[in-house]
Ligand binder design. Structure first.
Ligand SMILES: Cc1cc2nc3c(=O)[nH]c(=O)nc-3n(C[C@H](O)[C@H](O)[C@H](O)COP(=O)(O)O)c2cc1C
Length: 203
């Protein structure tokens, strides 16, 4: 059973969460986690101005995803940084290239799930995940979130991401904060949860 984790990350926060999601997936017997990045759409010069070159190099070992790889997966977990309360353009462009898959109904019945990162606590994590779900529903995905069985999302003793909609991290205004242990635990939980449901659905 294959769980594809496909994401975009500029500075490495979503990447780090994706690795934790993969750890969770592999806790389910027979589940294979496949990590992929969506293609970059920004020119090198812009990435340089954004101070993202080092982080991009550190993630360059992760292969770039093709839309066809979506069809080979039993479940797909999508990761995107928040951009104005929405998914990033790189992810939008990747998804907008899946029209042929939609026409064939190629993704109907697969498990789909979303995780995210934003600079600020209330900068749109929930809107990013929930608006992403619209695309998943158009494709016929069975949408799965992060249930309160992951009790770490109840914490108020520290600043933390994570909601019933999906795992998340708060990166800080200049990306200075990396995912906390609680946020990584939420990502592991989501990976395991999605893989467990996919196993029940697809055996
Ligand atoms: C164009 C742009 C728009 C952004 N919009 C938001 C936003 O609406 N809310 C927020 O909290 N952070 C926003 N951010 C910050 C990113 O979400 C943050 O850099 C990202 O979560 C870091 O994850 P990454 O290292 O995986 O890219 C924005 C960043 C950029 C470049």
């Amino acid at each position: 059973m294959k769980v594809l984790i496909v994401y975009y990350s500029t500075y490495g926060h979503v990447h780090k969460m994706a690795e934790a999601i993969a750890e969770g997936v592999t806790q389910v017997d027979g589940a294979e986690a496949v990590l992929r990045r969506v293609p970059e759409t920004l020119p090198d010069g812009v990435l340089q101005k954004m101070g993202a070159v080092g982080a991009q190099q550190a993630m360059s070992h992760v292969p770039v995803c093709t839309v066809e790889e979506l069809t080979a997966a039993d479940a797909v977990i999508f990761g995107t940084p928040t951009r104005f309360g929405n998914m990033c353009g790189q992810m939008r462009q990747f998804l907008d290239a899946t029209g042929a898959l939609w026409a064939q109904g190629a993704l109907v019945g697969k498990v789909g799930s979303v995780f995210t990162s934003s600079a600020t606590q209330h900068g749109g994590q929930e809107s990013t995940i929930l608006s992403f779900h619209i695309t998943l529903l158009h494709h016929g995905f069975v949408v799965v979130g992060l249930p309160y069985a992951f009790q770490g999302q109840m914490r108020i003793d520290e600043v933390t991401g994570g909601s019933p909609y999906g795992a998340s991290t708060i990166a800080g205004g200049s990306g200075e904060r990396m995912p906390s242990e609680n946020e990584l635990e939420g990502a592991r939980f989501q990976g395991k949860h999605v893989a467990g449901i996919a196993k029940k659905l697809h055996g």
